[in-house]
Design a binder for this molecule. Sequence first.
Ligand code: ZN
Length: 94
Amino acid sequence: MDCPDCGSRLSAYVLGDREALACERCAWTGIEADHRGEGSTAESWDEALDRFHARRDVDEAADDADPGAVASSDRERRNGTSADPDGRASDGES
Ligand SMILES: [Zn+2]
């Protein structure tokens, strides 16, 4: 069998009971493939800057909110748990 595109001899690749024909000269494979990809509209600089600022605002808001809340809740939790075992242990022994 010859290549329908360039007319040169096709190579047959066999794997198990499957066989695929391909042309080594023009890379014809008999499988339809679209190499162009989907056209995407380019992002303008204004849109890119808006996206950048929007993401930075979110990051700053999270940074402002998290450290204080986590630190205070951690301190309260540590004090509460460190006090409890001592009290229960002494209660259980006596
Ligand atoms: Zn070919």
